[in-house]
Design a protein. Structure first.
Length: 295
């Protein structure tokens, strides 16, 4: 082992969320290549300059799973198995009760759309407080309005400005004020499952066309541990032949993680593209799998 490499033992709790996710992301890229049955945990630990025990400890603290269990949770075969259950998006909504953390939106989210006038005028009259905050999946750019949380975009190192512009360009006439300290508490409530409280929900505000909002509302009905195809979402919104339009609406989802576009897969069960990167999509699915297994 490189003597100058970082050692992740009892120092793990002192790592920042961004540092932990950066290491997790490297691990996920490796785990995604050979498949869960061929995973070489010893080789992965060596590549990350840590022991197997340190690697397992890091994953357990991050998502409650071992690296091998994580790989199994997000493997394509797992996604295909979910689809072979032949349950529609709406049917799966009622499969998991509200007693555990696997129903993300029911536990801590309420939502509404902004007044139509604000949508038509591209945000005119909208006061937006925005800033950067840590999350289990790297830094996020968070936008909060007088109506509720309007945007969450993941910000990779060196591309923080892009994360802001990706959201702000949707509503160019809004007034933006940066305040990192103001958004951190909301980010903590969103990404820390121990703070999810149905009696004190995080309010979302959806800014989009009527069709987009209907699609995003449908995404909220797909529970953690389940996958839905674009075709299933199309049927759920009453547009069975509009899978391509559904794909565009899913891709324009401005509230990552909470509105779970990461749970949408291709018709074969393949983990298709994700606006914030396929590695992050696998990371979120695996993290949620850990919640479901504990819920």
């Amino acid at each position: 082992m490189n003597a100058n490499a970082p050692i992740l033992t009892s120092t793990l709790p002192q790592m920042s969320d961004s540092q932990t996710y950066s290491t997790i992301a490297r691990a996920i890229e490796y785990l995604s290549t050979p498949g869960p049955e061929a995973t070489d945990i010893a080789g992965l630990a060596h590549a990350l300059s840590m022991s197997e025990r340190q690697l397992v400890e890091m994953f357990r603290r991050w998502c409650g799973l071992t690296p091998k269990s994580f790989a199994q949770a997000v493997a394509l075969d797992h996604a295909r198995k979910l689809l072979r259950d032949n349950m529609s998006v709406l049917d799966t909504t009622f499969e998991v009760g509200l007693s555990g953390p696997s129903r993300l939106h029911d536990l801590f989210v309420t939502y509404d759309a902004v007044p139509p006038g604000i949508y038509r005028t591209k945000g005119a009259g909208l006061e937006v407080t925005w800033g950067y905050a840590p999350s289990p999946f790297g830094t996020v750019c968070l936008m909060i309005t007088q109506y509720g949380v309007a945007g969450i975009s993941f910000a990779d190192p060196g591309r923080e400005d892009y994360a802001f512009e990706d959201l702000a360009n949707r509503w160019p006439n809004a007034h933006y004020r940066r305040d990192d300290a103001a958004v951190v508490p909301t980010a903590a409530r969103i990404f820390d499952s121990t703070r999810w409280d149905p009696d004190q929900p995080v309010r979302l505000v959806m800014i989009g066309s009527q069709f987009e909002i209907k699609v995003w509302e449908t995404l909220l009905k797909v529970p953690a541990g389940r996958a839905a195809t674009y075709g299933e979402v199309a049927r759920a919104v009453g547009r069975p032949n509009a899978a391509r339009a559904i794909g565009r609406a899913v891709g324009r989802n401005p509230i990552s993680f909470v509105v779970p576009c990461h749970r949408i897969v291709g018709s074969t069960g393949a983990l298709t593209g994700y606006h914030w990167g396929i590695v992050r999509k696998r990371a979120i699915l695996g993290w949620e799998a850990g919640l479901v297994s504990r819920g």
